[in-house]
Every structure is written in C-alpha cells, then in structure tokens.
Ligand binder design. Structure first.
Ligand code: ZN
Length: 150
C-alpha cells in the first residue's frame, strides 16, 4: 500500500522537523537519559507523575529523524496514561516495529504510532524507534538513570 506508506513517512518527517513536547519539563519528578550508540541518538525524557498517571511529559536531545519522531509521538501518546497502560502500549509498539503486529488489522490503541510500521523492514532502525520508550520506562521505574541500547 504505497499511499499509506507515504502518509506514514509524512507523519514521521513532520514530527522530526517539529517535535512536540520538545523542552525541559520544570516540574518533572522523574527523568532518564537514553543513548543508542549504533546511530548516535541521545535523549532525555522528563516526566511529571501524579500518582500512577503521567500528568506531563517532555523530551530533549538529538538524533535521527526516526528517534526524534518516535519520541515526539510517544509523548503525545502517553500523556494522561498510567504506567500499566504505557507498558501495554510499548508492548504493542515493539511488536509493530519488529514486524510481529500487522498495523492494518492492528490495534486501534496505537493511533499515530502505527506510522512506524515501516521500521520493521529496517532492523537497524528498530533501536532508534524504541529508544524513547526504553528511556521512558527507565524514568517511570527508576531502574537505571541511563539506558543504552547496546
Ligand atoms: Zn537513530
């Protein structure tokens, strides 16, 4: 489906050029840094938790278009959600970018995240797409302050 692919590429390009929630979050009570040495992507995710829910989220950093767009769309997708919902969403997203989930028949939960379905054809890019999520989980669970995909 070439039309759908073009649309998805547009979504990714647009978010990489004008990332949403790209700032330091002053009221953040959790944050973590992520690094993908394979590509050079580096980012910090800031989270303001209210109980078990994400009240606000932002990120800063530099990297390729895929990593930036993924972080941007991730921040939009997880705002207002609980840790458990984030885990479920990440699980779906990871299956999507590794080709284990069909975006067409797929989960409506994914929304804009479905734009990353093409990543499954480029295994080296999977780490770019998942880096923001690994970093978010590190921030939420405080397991490691710095995550690396290697
Ligand atoms: Zn990258």
């Amino acid at each position: 489906m070439p039309e759908l692919r073009d649309l998805y590429q547009e979504v990714i390009l647009e978010h990489s050029k004008a990332p949403r929630n790209f700032r330091v979050l002053k009221d953040a009570n959790h944050h973590a840094e992520g690094f993908n040495p394979l590509c050079g992507d580096r980012l910090t995710v800031y989270v303001e938790m209210d109980g078990d829910g994400i009240r606000d989220i932002s990120f800063q950093g530099s990297g390729c278009a895929i990593s930036k767009a993924s972080a941007s769309i991730m921040t939009q997708s997880v705002k207002g959600r609980s840790k458990q919902e984030v885990d479920a969403l990440f699980d779906n997203f990871r299956r999507l970018v590794t080709g284990q989930l069909n975006s067409q028949g797929g989960s409506p939960e994914l929304g804009k995240l479905a734009a990353f379905s093409g990543v499954s054809e480029y295994p080296v890019r999977v780490k770019c797409a998942t880096l923001p999520w690994h970093t978010l989980r590190a921030a939420l669970y405080g397991e490691h302050e710095t995550v690396s995909t290697e």
